[in-house]
Design a protein around this ligand. Sequence first.
Ligand code: NAD
Length: 690
Amino acid sequence: MTASAAGVSVHRDGAILVVRLDNPPVNALGARVRAALAEALAQAQRDPGVRALVVTGSGRMFSGGADISEFDKPMQPPQLPELIDRFEDSDLLTVAAINGTAMGGALELSMGCHHRIASEAATMALPEVKIGILPGAGGTQRMPRLIGNAAALDLIVTGKPVNAAKALSLGLVDELAPAEDFEDAVLDYVRRLLDAGAGPRRTRERDVDQDDALFEAALAKLPDTAANFAARRCVLSVQAASLPFREGQERESELFLECARSPTSAALIHAFFAERQAGKVEGLDPATPLLPIRDCAVLGAGTMGIGIALTLADAGLEVGLFDNSPDTLQRALAHVEKHYLGLAARGRFDEPEARARIARIMAGDDERLARVDLVIEAVFEDMALKKTVFADLDARCRPDAILASNTSTLDVDEIASATASPQRVLGLHFFSPANIMRLLEIVRGRDTSDSVLATAIALARRLRKVGVVCGVCDGFIGNRMLEGYGRESGVLLMEGASPAQIDAAITGFGFAMGPFAMSDLAGIDVGYRVRQQRGVDPADAMIYAVGDRLYGMGRYGQKTGAGFYRYESGSRKPIPDPEVDAIVEEEARRFGISRREIPVEEIVERCVLPLINEAANILDEGIAMRASDIDLVWLYGYGFPAWRGGPMHYANTLGTGRVLQSIRRYARDERYWTPAPLLERLAAEGKSFA
Ligand code: NAD
């Protein structure tokens, strides 16, 4: 076997054996790599000419850590904890040379080595908590020994990364070296260690403080809920570091297993793999040539246009911003400047970086429009306007420029029909605030070309978005599903639940916000205007009756200090308002609805089940390519609780049979509670959403 077929390559420099992880794309520590590392260590220990073993990574990564695809299989020996023990136990000097990103198991391996040197460009993290587990290869035992309880607890419970400078100041690494010439610096460092007669320096032999108050305080901040399942066990595991090392390790293993077997980690790992799958489109050749994107135009400098411009500038792209209101455009540019200077003032980056980003967003002009690679349109949601805009763009932009619409609901094919080149048109549906929200629905039109689609998928990655490809329909994936959720919350309000009860049931389920607090945040006037434009079926009038009344009273939500709730000046805290309760009761009477107390479970089911039912239709129609894409849309665009894995994963945990049964139980209205044919088929066959 050649060295790199084993996932590592080995070379010798005098008395130093350099073992390089070489397992693209992220040098994961899969079974093959672990075996090769163990073998390299054993060989080095047998060779009297070798005095130190250095483990480092190839490419820009040190290593992404454990291979997550091995999680659901029996673990092949040597297991990672045992391998790391061997590196620590070794009498031969072991050194980690962290050349780039070191995540999870890779950082645990480094902490088991006797010395650590890192590139100034390196980043380190123990992010296990983010997939519902804990660092189970000694990470929770060694990190507090290296950097103290408080710092270790912070890094392990949040999973957040630290840069090299921070790692040095914490004591997580012993020395830094410039990224250029890192290899020479490493050899020089190890030679200095050898010259100084350095022997094994075992992390496990270091002292750690007993600090129960710290751990109790940490647990008190983490209520015992499914969302905190792993975080609480991270705390307990770090606390166990004050036990003798082997006992602590055993405790860590027990807690790790509890996490690994939890529904929370199953959901989070599902989401992790869903993200890797997204953007793979059947029939789209992975070798499809990508169109170069550098220079962009954003049309419409309103809420969305500004956010989209910021996202593009954050990714290093140049943006010409357009608005047919000169005042709006000036305000938008002023906002951009304030935004970046604000981030610099808060230490996100330095002022020259802020200035560079500001300079990337400029007022657009005709010349700019004629040369851009990509246009993203974010003007008012009005079909006639969008068609005029696209016809104009088609005439004025380069023939190979991509023309994208940020429409939330409109038919992308109809928009494309206003151009002579519909193959270059697609939807890029960002979520508000566009520079923060990670979801991007990539709407593939009937005529969108493969290279335009492939370029959009690659662009999503470049913008650090989760790009989900979907077909054309009213509301695409996310907003189409939202409809039923909003409708049921309106019906529940009329039938007897208060806004606060409904919101509490939904936040209890795990959403960050309930539908009424959300409506107050987004603006009751916004929903009202959408209804005016689209029209409401008279049979649905009761659903929106309260919203319409509030609109009529100028209660638009947070921005006017009152909506479904009232707000004290300067506060965003929703306060239940008896005036609203009275309106609800009046409207219920007007529609002849007798009110009753509604159980929390019913509220949750009636809001969440329509999501699943509509999603099944979306999947059946081919609007979404896979169930996990739908999960991503709701996880990253709508705040579905991450630890439930998204609506389809949640449906699978309930069982499609049970979902169908509940839907039938609530059926009162053939328009809305008709079980989706796909759901019926799956339930009949005892299958899940794949
Ligand atoms: P907005 O009203 O804040 O901004 C629209 C801007 O477009 C205004 O500044 C207006 O002056 C400008 N404009 C109108 N006609 C124009 C033209 N012909 N040329 C140049 N500029 C023109 O609206 P918004 O909330 O930013 O929404 C924009 C688009 O994004 C809509 O299609 C909307 O459906 C979609 N969208 C909105 C959200 C959201 O949460 N607000 C989310 C996703 C998508």
